[in-house]
Design a protein around this ligand. Structure first.
Ligand code: SF4
Length: 236
């Protein structure tokens, strides 16, 4: 019979092996297997048939298709006017967003609200979301495989909102939607085409908090947007 000490070491060894295996599979996170029970995802036949954002949210809010689903506190779908002319798209929820289940609610969110108000709009007028609906641990950059898995949800959101303008907040969102490695600097001050919708690129509000020198160029981006938006409205 193994001694108590040998049994204790055996338990420790098995636990270590399990954690190494989980880290290999899911990165530096602990996989919460119990969340699997929450999955009630929409069937393949129903997919793409949601008639409203609320319906889409219900279809996907239990998603565990990538490892971020296991570490999130809240699924962060999106917020705002379901018929907005303007859609702001960031990269992923941060700590505040993960805690509250709403995109852009922390300090960066407050700055985004001011940016929106600077072009005579309100947060409730526009639609705000991210490419990823779950927070990457430690606010690391989203991985391409995570964005690839999550993008169909954003595509459906865009199809339902039908915005006239998309404003990408930051390099990651811009590079991903435009499928380019070009720098943020070279993507700004241009009007891009995203499947027939005008797309403008500006700084992420969190970057503006870190580097206030970028606030002026960000204001230039928003002035360019406002001019185009006013022209569009005048012609309709
Ligand atoms: S990030 Fe997107 S794909 Fe990954 S679990 Fe969350 S909703 Fe699903």
């Amino acid at each position: 019979m193994p001694s108590l000490e040998e049994e204790f070491h055996s338990v420790i060894e098995n636990t270590k092996q399990y954690l190494v295996q989980q880290t290999d599979l899911f990165g530096n996170i602990i996989y919460k297997e119990e969340k699997k029970e929450e999955v009630t995802m929409v069937s393949d036949e129903q997919w793409g048939k949601a008639k409203s954002l609320d319906e889409l949210n219900k279809q996907i809010c239990t998603c565990l298709k990538c490892p971020l689903g296991a570490t999130r506190t809240n699924f962060v779908f999106g917020v705002g006017n379901p018929n907005a002319d303007v859609m702001f798209i960031g990269e992923a929820p941060g700590a505040d967003e993960d805690a509250q289940g709403e995109p852009f609610v922390g300090r960066a969110g407050q700055l985004l609200n001011k940016i929106i108000e600077a072009v005579q709009m309100k947060r409730e007028d526009v639609y705000i979301c991210n490419i990823l609906k779950c927070r990457p641990p430690g606010n690391r950059d989203p991985q391409p495989t995570e964005m690839e898995t999550c993008t169909p949800y954003l595509t459906e959101q865009i199809k339902l909102v039908k915005p006239k303008f998309i404003i990408c907040l930051g390099r990651i969102s811009a590079q991903w939607l435009l499928q380019t490695n070009a720098t943020l600097g070279s993507l700004r001050e241009k009007v891009h085409d995203y499947h027939g919708t005008k797309l403008i690129v500006t700084y992420h509000p969190a970057a503006l908090l870190r580097n206030p020198n970028w606030k002026y160029p960000a204001w230039e981006d928003m002035k360019m947007f406002k001019k185009l938006y006013d022209e569009l409205k005048a012609n309709n």
